[in-house]
Design a protein around this ligand. Structure first.
Ligand code: ADP
Length: 605
């Protein structure tokens, strides 16, 4: 899509500037240059020239206390200072000099007025405008405080041949289907009017960051071939109360002039948060929201203005904003599933060169839980790695490495582990892998490595699900916890010590165990009571407890009991397979990185 540029200045603007320059040149510079031609002589010379009758014209400039005169044929101009000479006039009359008013042409009073009053004012106005324009550019648009108050800074896009289409957005089929109706409506509103069907005025795209909400909104505009106004929610909120509201008015004024069109408000939660009367409430934001609600009520159904908004905090939105008649249609844009991930990878891989052996399905499986933006990043990292190693195309190893880079950070070049530490890390990682492999219903191990990463991980075990996994059973979750505790269990078993290396495992295991008890109803003690509510589902999902302090204590106890049971199970698995543990850890220690297949080969040998 192309952003529409502001119209150029009219030609007359430049004409005026040229005219001013000419005027200045004529009436300021010319006299100055003439002044330069004047030769200064002393009074004696003047008197002797007068006596000899060699003076053509003469001008007595009382105000400047000087006498200007020319020679008899007028080719040279002289000046001399005025002295107290009573016979001066008589002397000049005798010499036959002509008394003249304009040896050097002076500007007319009107022009003098123009130059000394009008011109400076014009120059200052121009300078002011120029500076304000520059300042506005710096402040990011004509919405900065002092200049163009209350103007919306919406970027207007019109469709161009390279505009984003639905085909550029991979996966997200449900969202595309919901939006295809909007496109159809924008193409042919009459069809809907005939039946009496009204399109929703607003559509809310909700989902985690980086799943393609903005892209989808742009694709709607691209497919519908209509103007697209895009603005971020935070751009409305200003320092002074009322300015955001003015911007909303301006945005809708612009949009109504261009119907049919799409208005897209990104991160709408910046203005759409629930209104409350708490201290520190935000008057400006609430005013802006009120104005938005009013505007949405103000335009008729089927008027051709279609509002799209994106947010990843739908639960924080004001109920007035989501009621029927406003943003009443909600389109979830979720993290892509396996097929979606594969498609997204393929869409982005079109932009880079890669070898034929790359299996996108495998890469998609490895990148489980990644968002569209992360997948785009993985593709780019792979291309960068190919360039870094001096190859013309990215190969499968580049993609695998780039997934690890996106997950765990870059390899640390100069992190030197002592021999003993390296051994502990090797046992720790193999502990995870072995516990995972020996349990049923557990994702297979894809790779084990003990190369330190910039994220701080000293090594990690990558497990990859084969297909999509929507439901988790109690047993599977318990197995996961056991896998997380496997690292620490191996350290205890082999070295009889505990290290700090397990802190992340402990955190993850605790999270699962707590969720099992408080959210999934998987404990015998509490049964199916919800004791936690999840907030901000799309932004990590913090949870808050909603139970009495006594119950909280009991939950804490149940969580640690659950983890302890699984820890004991992991320890038992490892001690039963002690020989394999030693063998695989030894191999890993030497090679620093082994694949899932090698791991299974040693295990099954
Ligand atoms: P959001 O608005 O949901 O935070 P964006 O629409 O800004 O996310 O997406 C960010 C980037 O991620 C896009 O520019 C695109 O490169 C990539 N992306 C995300 N989802 C998809 C998808 N479904 N198909 C292709 N690319 C995607």
């Amino acid at each position: 899509m192309n952003e529409v540029k502001k119209p150029k200045r009219p030609l007359i603007y430049y004409y005026v500037i040229v005219l001013l320059v000419l005027l200045v040149f004529n009436f300021l510079c010319m006299p100055l240059m003439a002044e330069r031609r004047i030769q200064e002589v002393d009074y004696n010379t003047f008197v002797s020239m007068a006596n000899a009758g060699e003076i053509g014209q003469v001008e007595l400039q009382q105000s400047e206390n000087r006498i200007l005169f020319t020679n008899s044929d007028g080719t040279a101009i002289y000046k001399t200072g005025m002295v107290d000479d009573p016979e001066l006039t008589q002397r000049l009359l005798d010499s036959g000099a002509k008394f003249s008013g304009e040896i050097i042409e002076q500007a007319s009073p009107f022009l003098t007025f123009l130059l000394s009053w009008v011109l400076p004012i014009l120059v200052f106005i121009w300078l002011g405008q120029y500076m304000s324009k520059k300042l506005m550019e710096k402040a990011g648009g004509p919405n900065s405080l002092a200049f163009g108050m209350g103007k919306s800074s919406a970027k207007v896009y019109v469709k161009s041949s390279e505009g984003i289409k639905f085909s550029d957005v991979a996966g997200e089929d449900e969202a595309k289907e919901a939006l295809a109706e909007v496109v159809d409506y924008l193409h042919n509103p009459g069809k809907y009017r005939e039946v009496g069907a009204a399109m929703p005025k607003g559509i809310l795209l909700v989902g985690p960051p980086g799943t393609g909400k903005t892209m989808l909104a742009k694709a709607v505009a691209g497919e519908a071939n209509v103007p697209f106004f895009s603005m971020s929610g935070s751009e409305f909120v200003e320092m002074f109360v009322g300015m955001g509201a003015a911007k909303v008015r301006d945005l809708f004024k612009q949009a109504k002039a261009k119907t049919p069109c799409i208005v897209f408000i990104d991160e709408i939660d910046a203005i759409g948060k629930k209104r409350d009367n708490q201290i520190g409430g935000n008057d400006e934001r609430e005013q802006t929201l009120n104005q938005l609600l009013t505007e949405m009520d103000g335009f008729e159904e089927n008027s051709g203005v279609m509002l799209l908004a994106a947010t990843n905090r739908p639960d924080s939105l004001d109920p007035a904003l989501t009621r029927p008649g406003r943003f009443d249609r909600r389109v979830p844009v979720e993290l892509p599933d396996l097929k979606g991930r594969e498609e997204i990878l393929k869409v982005h891989a079109r932009k880079i060169k890669y070898t034929d052996d790359v299996d996108f399905n495998k890469i998609a499986r490895m990148a489980s839980g990644a968002s569209g933006a992360e997948l785009a990043n993985i593709i780019n990292e792979a291309a960068l790695r190919a360039v870094r190693t001096g190859r013309g195309a990215a190969n499968e190893a580049d993609f695998e490495e780039s997934i690890e880079t996106v997950i765990a950070g870059y390899q640390k070049k100069n992190a030197i582990l002592t021999d003993a530490e390296k051994k502990v890390v090797a046992y720790h990682e193999v502990g995870h892998a072995l516990v995972a492999a020996k349990q049923t219903n557990s994702a297979p191990v894809q790779k084990i490595t003990i190369v330190p990463r910039t994220s701080g991980a000293l090594g990690y075990t990558m497990q990859v699900e084969e297909g999509n996994h929507y439901l988790m059973s109690r047993e599977e979750l318990e197995n996961r916890i056991a896998t997380f505790t496997g690292g620490r269990a191996a350290e205890e078993l082999v070295f009889g010590l505990v290290t700090t290396g397990a802190s992340n495992d402990i955190e993850q295991a605790t999270k699962i165990a707590r969720a099992m008890i408080t959210q999934y109803g998987m404990s015998d003690e509490f049964g199916m009571t919800a004791m936690e509510t999840v907030q901000n589902r799309y932004l990590g999902g913090d949870s808050s407890l909603s139970c009495s302090p006594e119950t909280q204590t009991a939950i804490d106890r149940a969580v640690s009991k659950l983890i302890e049971t699984q820890h004991a199970k992991a320890k038992k698995i490892l001690s039963d397979n002690r020989a394999k543990l030693d063998e695989i850890a030894g191999t890993l220690y030497e090679r620093e990185s082994i694949t899932g297949e090698e791991f299974m080969r040693i295990l099954n040998a």
